[in-house]
Ligand binder design. Structure first.
Ligand code: PD2
Ligand code: ZN
Length: 293
């Protein structure tokens, strides 16, 4: 595989300045022999370094490399709502804290769900999966794009007693009102499936965001629960923080990106690395500023 040498750095900087899309740059690099993860990381680096800002949007892995104004240095890290300690009583279950990172605010948990609960979530979802979409930053519509090669399904909040219990447990763990949570989303990736780096928040400077924030306001924090052990690959990566979380069944990663000043943390850029062997099942909970109806 080629390396990102001075010539490539120059090419990246020039194309980032010209406003080339993430996709087109990654594609060109892959065409020249880079693997998609290295190409994506180099493009993200170039955009960050060259333009002094962060890429935005869930759709970012998508077609447009847009910027938010916040620079990492501006974001004020205030206290996370998640309590301290090694063990957190979350509604009906004791959840282990395995790792905490302060900048960005990331926490890795063990035992959020039991193996039986993970199996039940997978079985309830298996036959209802649909190809995942991402939010188009211009229109706010959901688009199917290559940067998110997974299939998913949503459960309505509290739709039955089982889902209600999981919703309550997660709200208790995130220490955020259950009413502010979006419904649980289950995602399935086959081998080679990935979700390129993006933000979970809705970029304030993009037209399409208003459609989403009208209901419940901005997203505040994410919890990704791992429903199976992945044979190889499929880590949740935070490229700006140099962090990679290899999930274990029942465990979870939490990250928070909206502080009390309503600033958004660009260090929470994150993605799902390609699954190199086996399959990957996750469950995601997004919390909003206000009640989500
Ligand atoms: O599958 C993942 O690890 C992953 C990574 C980044 C999922 C999401 N984002 C997401 O659902 O937003
Ligand atoms: Zn995400």
């Amino acid at each position: 595989m080629p390396v990102v040498d001075a010539a490539w750095e120059d090419w990246l900087a020039t194309n980032a300045k010209r406003g080339c899309t993430v996709d087109s740059m990654v594609e060109a690099m892959v065409g020249a022999g880079f693997d998609s993860l290295s190409a994506s990381a180099a493009v993200q680096r170039a955009l960050g370094a060259g333009l002094g800002g962060a890429r935005t949007a869930e759709a970012e892995g998508g077609t447009q490399a847009r910027l938010v104004k916040a620079a990492p240095a501006d974001y004020q890290y205030d206290a996370s709502p998640v309590p301290g300690g090694n063990l957190i009583r979350a509604f009906d279950r004791d959840v282990k804290v395995l790792m905490r990172c302060e900048r960005p605010q990331v926490i890795v948990f063990g035992d959020v769900l039991s193996p039986d609960e993970c199996a039940e979530m997978i079985e309830r979802s298996r036959h209802r999966l649909k190809r995942s979409t991402t939010v188009n930053p211009e229109t706010g519509q959901e688009d199917v794009i290559r940067n998110r090669t997974s299939e998913g399904i949503w459960f309505q909040r509290g739709e039955d007693a089982f889902i209600e219990r999981i919703d309550q447990r997660i709200a208790s763990l995130m220490n955020w009102p259950v009413e502010n949570g979006e419904g649980l989303q289950i995602l399935h990736y086959n081998t080679s499936g990935e979700y390129r780096p993006h933000f979970d928040y809705f970029p304030p400077d993009q037209q399409g965001s208003a459609v989403h924030t009208a209901r419940g306001g901005q997203r505040v924090a994410t919890l990704i629960v791992y429903l199976n052990d992945v044979e190889n690959g499929g880590e949740t990566i935070f490229p700006e923080a140099g962090l990679s979380v290899a999930g274990r069944q029942g465990g979870a990663v939490y990250f928070r990106y909206l502080n009390g000043l309503r600033q958004l943390d660009p260090l929470t850029l994150h993605g799902g690395a390609p699954v190199l062997g086996g399959e990957k099942w996750i469950m995601t909970k997004w919390m909003r500023e206000r009640e989500y109806r």
